[in-house]
Design a protein around this ligand. Structure first.
Ligand SMILES: [Fe+2]
Ligand SMILES: [Fe+2]
Length: 421
């Protein structure tokens, strides 16, 4: 039987059949689960969820009679879960991330991450130039840069992702592969990959679109929609990326080449170049594929403005179960964050703030810097507020994301960590 009860009355052993919120507004990867620990209940309470629906038939513990659940409450229209056609979570060993605080604070890691990103960007440019001239790729140089990215993400998962959110002036041709690498390493960390796996993933993602140098410019940079014939040419780039790596007989692992070849494969077989399905798709290529779609949607291009992260993730969510394995989409969202560091948000009071760090298990309550009042007046001393702590948040909550161009200030100014900030 479905019953509605207060989250404060929940106990380990009860089965929550519906948290009563859309996917963006609750901390779990799905709306239902058997409660196996007190921390799962605390997560709901911290998220501000006051009531949930439980299924007493699936519980190993029943609510106490004093809980007085309302009878005959109609269960809300739940989002129908899309059936997974791909590998199961167990099959791909997707780990549940631990709520681990960064070992290095944002203000310490951000400048280090900025230098690592700048070095990797130079390497990314040199890599494309070398391939255009049919020169040999210096793998050790790229790996060195990737290792720096992995180390930065290990110290603080948000510094590099904040950086890619704040940099919006570089050429997509060079930043895209690097950004996909950063996003993939960060997501891989959330998924519980080892450092060796992250190094392979980082290298493969840096190379993933190299094949585009063999696609004619008029197709590669066409502002409008590609024709079927043009798209057929464009689709060759993934196989060409792998070809470039094998032609040069580079000292890279098979998995690096797989990431390049298979990053456009989708679990329903609609991808390319090999129309792989479900578990046939290498896991690292799946992570690259998710980061690739996200970066393409959120990047500003000459002919269109990038989507807000929140909207891009909503779109990616529609690809659950068809293009991507649902668990992987959920973990990717958890890694990127609905309001990633560097985002501008408007609070329920009209104040505007910059997101500084995200709580990966409570995506709607990040650490923010309140920058302007409801009239748009900038504060001399912006206030740092942790929305996950009720004593600090004082009723503040995020109302919506604001495009950086409409913020009324430059978000990157608040990441310079000078005395004034
Ligand atoms: Fe691609
Ligand atoms: Fe790409």
């Amino acid at each position: 039987m479905i019953r509605k009860i207060s989250t404060k009355s929940l106990e380990v052993g009860m089965f929550v059949s519906d948290v009563g919120r859309t996917w963006l507004n609750h901390p779990w990867k799905s709306k239902s689960r058997l409660l196996t620990s007190k921390s799962e209940i605390d997560e709901l309470i911290q998220f501000g969820i006051e009531e949930v629906y439980i299924d007493t038939d699936k519980a190993v513990k029943q609510p106490k009679p004093v809980a007085q659940p309302k009878q005959g409450v109609k269960k809300p229209e739940a989002e129908k879960p899309t059936p997974a056609k791909g590998p199961t979570a167990a099959a791909v060993a997707v780990a549940v991330p631990k709520a681990v605080a960064p070992s290095v604070a944002m203000e310490t890691e951000f400048p280090i991450a900025a230098k690592a990103y700048a070095r990797a960007l130079d390497t990314s440019k040199a890599l494309v130039a070398a391939c255009r001239m049919n020169k040999r790729i210096e793998v050790s140089e790229v790996q060195e840069n990737v290792d720096e990215l992995v180390e930065s993400v290990t110290r603080n998962r948000d510094a590099l992702t904040a950086l890619i959110k704040l940099r919006h002036f570089d050429d997509y041709t060079y930043t895209h592969s690097l950004n996909v690498s950063v996003l993939s390493i960060s997501a891989g960390k959330t998924l519980g990959l080892t450092n060796d796996e992250l190094r392979i993933l980082g290298l493969g993602t840096m190379f993933h679109d190299l094949g585009k140098i063999r696609i004619p410019d008029n197709i590669l940079n066409k502002p409008g929609k590609l024709t079927d014939d043009e798209f057929a040419v464009m689709r060759n780039h993934a196989a060409m990326s792998a070809e470039i790596l094998t032609e040069q007989n580079l000292n890279v692992s098979r998995q690096v080449i797989e990431v390049a070849r298979s990053h456009h494969e989708r679990i329903d077989g609609s991808g390319y170049p090999d129309q792989l399905q479900g578990e046939q798709i290498p896991p690292l290529a799946t992570i690259c594929g998710l980061s690739d779609v996200y970066d393409a949607l959120t990047s500003d291009r000459v002919y269109h403005k990038g989507m807000l992260p929140h909207d891009a993730l909503k779109f990616i969510y529609t690809l659950r179960g068809t293009h991507f394995q649902p668990d992987w989409v959920d973990r990717f969202v958890q890694s990127v964050g609905i309001y990633p560091p560097g985002s501008v948000v408007e609070l329920n009071t009209g104040h505007r703030a910059v997101v500084m760090e995200i709580a990966h298990r409570s995506l709607l309550t990040p650490l923010i810097k309140v920058v302007s009042d409801p009239n748009g007046q900038l504060y001399n001393r912006p206030k740092l507020v942790d929305l996950s702590k009720s004593a600090e948040s004082q009723g503040w909550s995020i109302d919506k994301a604001v495009p950086p161009s409409e913020a009324g200030f430059e978000p990157s100014d608040y990441f310079s960590f000078t005395e004034n900030n």
